[in-house]
Write a protein that binds this ligand. Structure first.
Ligand SMILES: Cc1cc2nc3c(=O)[nH]c(=O)nc-3n(C[C@H](O)[C@H](O)[C@H](O)COP(=O)(O)OP(=O)(O)OC[C@H]3O[C@@H](n4cnc5c(N)ncnc54)[C@H](O)[C@@H]3O)c2cc1C
Length: 382
């Protein structure tokens, strides 16, 4: 048997990293076990948008978690930057959520044609006001809702920063080390077994393996219906920001990074564990983008990529103890909002592991809840 850790966290993404940092700050000895490179899963592929409510379909429980997590972001990210010296480019650019004229010709699929619900603090804009704010948006836009508090972050640096913060507190990181099984006896999880061989024993184990959490749980007979949802993205090379705000319109997202590029997404696809970019996916994303902002068609394409979101049937994450496995906790299934939900997830799961405290906001997210029929649509986000 290998060295004993108080807690083993499976997965070095934004969620595993956030839980690990939250535990280490409370004095816990933590080991993060990551199959590949730290932070190269969905957390790297993400658009990095921090926006709680841009769609009428979001469940109230998800909207509540998302708003609470957004409120934590400014202090959380400032502390993380202070600790690690890693700049994360958290910016409150505001988000402009558009809808377009359903009668417009050549309308690509999945552009929003209806106004989003009105929320406090948001500003409704007519077509002319949208144009005045963002002159590059010359598509068939009928109006927009501006959410000034919504933000963005450099998601590619987030998980590495969290894991660096953990290592500065004495935590252990095993990258390139896939967990192959949970270990346990008599209803208690006692650690994990990795490809490297020996068991890593732990007082508690947190399953935060993103889209791969489902199969890993299933290998131990645990029903955790987390499934991969592919999202394809691209970036245009530009130093002059073609838009000032983050822009949403249905499945289209435009994210102007502070010093370029312009990040554009995304698709939502149920294709299993296939994280490849396809021509059809890129075409879908580009068709939407140039319909809203035709000038984008002249920009040089910088790169394309894809990632697998950890989806759940009802679009809520799984947060909480795993029934029948004392000492095993789930922190996964964050779907389209895992970057946004990272600070709150870390806090809630750390308190759960240490104090056995189930925050009321976690109750709709408990493992073993009655899931509705699986649906890809219905949740909102990037
Ligand atoms: C295209 C796209 C756009 C997105 N845009 C946004 C957005 O704008 N805002 C937002 O909030 N969210 C967004 N998301 C969702 C967000 O990225 C995810 O919800 C979040 O990154 C999930 O984090 P995670 O740590 O659970 O998963 P991941 O980042 O995937 O991390 C899981 C880690 O577990 C590791 N792992 C897997 N199996 C094992 C094993 N057996 N042993 C050890 N380690 C293992 C993986 O290698 C991986 O590193 C987007 C996602 C995508 C794909």
């Amino acid at each position: 048997m290998d060295r004993v850790s108080d807690v083993v966290v499976i997965g070095g993404g934004a969620i595993g990293g956030s839980v690990a940092w939250a535990l280490a700050r409370r004095g816990v000895s933590v080991t993060v076990v990551e199959a590949g490179r730290i932070g190269r899963g969905a957390s790297w592929a993400s658009a990095g948008v921090l926006a709680p409510d841009w769609n009428v379909h979001d469940q109230p429980a998800l909207a509540e978690l998302a708003s609470a997590s957004l409120a934590l972001w400014p202090d959380w990210v400032a502390e993380l930057e202070d600790w690690t010296g890693v700049g994360l480019n958290f910016r409150r650019d505001g988000l402009l959520n558009l809808w377009v004229d359903p009668e417009a010709s050549h309308l690509p699929r999945d552009l929003a044609t209806e106004p989003p619900p009105r929320c406090p603090g948001q500003q409704w804009l007519g077509a002319a006001e949208v144009r005045a704010l963002e002159p590059g948006l010359t598509g068939p836009i009928l109006g927009g809702v501006l959410s000034p508090d919504d933000a963005q972050v450099d998601n590619t640096r987030l998980a590495p920063a969290l894991v660096r913060a953990l290592s500065l507190l004495g935590g252990r990181i095993l990258a390139g080390t896939p967990v192959v099984a949970l270990t346990g006896s008599r209803g208690r999880c006692t650690g994990v077994r990795t490809v490297a061989g020996p068991e890593i024993a732990a007082g508690a184990v947190v399953l935060a393996a993103g889209a791969w959490s489902g199969p890993l749980a299933a290998a131990s007979g645990i029903d955790l219906p987390v499934v991969p949802w592919r999202g394809q993205m691209l970036a245009f090379d530009t130093v002059v920001r073609p838009v000032r705000h983050i822009v949403f319109c249905g499945e289209l997202v435009l994210v102007p990074r502070p010093h370029g590029p312009l990040v554009v997404g995304t698709t939502l696809e149920d294709v299993g564990f296939d994280a490849r970019v396809t021509l059809a996916g890129l075409h879908e994303v580009l068709a939407r983008a140039v319909r809203i902002a035709p000038g984008l068609g002249d920009l040089p394409l910088a790169r394309t990529w894809a990632g697998l979101r950890p989806g759940s049937p009802d679009h809520l994450p799984y947060l909480g103890p795993v029934p029948g496995w004392e000492g095993l906790y789930a922190a996964t299934g964050h779907g389209r909002k895992g970057i946004l939900l990272a600070p709150l997830t870390g806090d809630l799961v750390a308190r759960l592991v240490l104090e056995d405290a189930v925050d009321p906001r976690m109750e709709p997210c408990l493992v073993g809840r009655r899931d509705g029929p699986p649906s890809l649509r219905g949740g909102a986000g990037a």
